[in-house]
Design a protein around this ligand. Structure first.
Ligand code: COA
Length: 387
């Protein structure tokens, strides 16, 4: 099997960027990535764009053609849409194209500019289109409401507590306070999280990722040419994807994601690793319960004990397993289609020892888990420093 490397990255800070257009955000991310890889844009063989809902958020479809040429890259471009897993999916598709020998280099861009919709109700509806329209959004079940059902089910089934879920938010805000590109850079207490505004009982404001704008770009190359662009490439050692029913009631379980398990099985097998080999992981904590369930599904702790594992401090920076050193979606922000690429950029900096104050000390193997919607799609990618 051929391998792919990441040789350069660039991104905007995540935030509410009312004064920048979607095109300006991607221009900034792409120009930084091109500069970081020290690559002539003419050498880029193809562009892959991950974005969830630019048609609804910005009344702009046909993103691939909009973005590449505007940044001076005239390579063939396509968009990959897989809800909040669009970024991770775009990376996987680009990797497959390179490993199959179609291209030697590719640009992968993730972008979402959510604040062009001013009304939070409109944003919630736009996001809700990634649920089952007939069975969920159509009868008023928004994403906070769906994750509230999942959280309730977890509490009912395993006796997990609100304090356990809140500890995920506290830890991610602490990590995010060390990340200059994060949307929220404030440390928060358990009391702040547990007394925050109720959104969809029992999900409170600080259980939710925010509404965000951001663009992130990475340059991929075939492994054998990577050193032409940087002395210190990182390598994609494994990649897996999983899919399940969109509607919660059609799934086997409310408290475990088959899509995550399927993606992990493929990715870990390809990378020849087990969960014990992972030094740090960026997981998709769109709501605190999502991080708890992921810890269980990936086998870092016993089923039903993800919340306790978090409350006990086992997921803090440089503890048993560093989970979301970037601050995760909760604190770093969640520009939905771009999130999977921001996760890869965190891999790049952590594996190259350039993550500053949030640098993890054990950094041979890092993993990203990017999920779509309430978990019907999942992409897991495994990265390493050594070839
Ligand atoms: N966590 C912490 N603080 C948040 C926040 C969040 N998720 N979202 C907003 N805030 C803060 C704002 O910074 C602002 O603080 P300030 O008053 O100090 O300036 C305050 O809360 C009010 O912000 P506002 O933008 O008016 O909040 P809102 O009610 O419009 O939105 C949510 C809050 C929870 C509804 C929104 O963040 C949301 O929908 N999140 C989920 C997104 C989602 O579903 N993504 C897809 C996942 S599958």
């Amino acid at each position: 099997m051929k391998e792919t490397a990441v040789v350069g990255v660039g991104n905007t800070k995540i935030g509410e960027w009312y004064d920048s257009s979607l095109r300006e955000l991607t221009d900034e991310a792409i120009s930084k990535a091109v500069q970081s890889a020290n690559i002539d844009p003419k050498e880029i063989g193809a562009t892959f764009v991950g974005s969830m809902s630019s048609g609804i958020f910005n009344q702009q479809e046909h993103l691939a053609a909009l973005i590449g040429p505007h940044s001076g890259i005239n390579a063939p471009a396509i968009r990959v849409e897989n809800a909040c897993a669009s970024g991770g999916s775009a990376l996987r598709v680009a990797m497959m194209a390179i490993n199959a020998g179609f291209y030697e280099t590719a640009l992968v861009v993730g972008v979402e500019k959510m604040t062009d919709l001013i009304d939070i109700g409109d944003v919630t509806t736009a996001l809700g289109t990634a649920s089952d329209g007939e069975w969920e959004l159509g009868i008023g079940a928004t994403f906070p409401a769906l994750y509230a059902l999942i959280m309730r089910a977890h509490m009912h089934q395993y006796g997990s507590t609100l304090e356990e879920f809140a500890s995920v938010s506290v830890k991610n805000h602490k990590n995010g306070s060390l990340n200059p590109d994060a949307q929220f850079r404030k440390v928060v207490t358990m009391e702040t999280v547990m007394n925050s505004r109720m959104i969809a009982e029992p999900v409170r404001l600080f259980d939710c990722s925010p509404v965000s704008d951001g663009a992130a770009a990475v340059i991929l190359t075939a492994k054998d040419v990577a050193k032409k662009y940087t002395d210190d490439p990182i390598y994609i050692k494994g990649s897996g994807a999983g899919t399940d029913h969109i509607a919660l009631h059609q799934r086997e379980s409310l408290t475990s994601l088959q899509a995550t398990k399927r993606a992990a099985e493929t990715a870990f097998k390809m990378a020849k690793i087990t969960p014990k080999d992972i030094d740090f992981i960026e997981v998709h904590d769109c709501f605190t319960v999502a991080e708890v369930i992921t810890l269980e599904d990936l086998g870092f702790c016993k089923v039903g004990k993800g919340g306790k594992f978090s409350l006990d401090g086992e997921t803090a920076l440089n503890s048993t397993i560093s989970v979301n050193p970037s601050g995760g979606l909760k604190s770093k922000g969640h520009p939905v289609g771009a999130t999977g690429i921001y996760q890869v950029i965190e891999m790049f900096h952590q594996l190259r020892n350039e993550a500053g104050k949030r640098q993890v000390s054990k950094n041979d193997i890092g993993v990203t888990q990017n999920i779509g919607g309430s978990g019907a799609s999942c992409v897991i990618n495994v990265f390493s420093r050594g070839a």
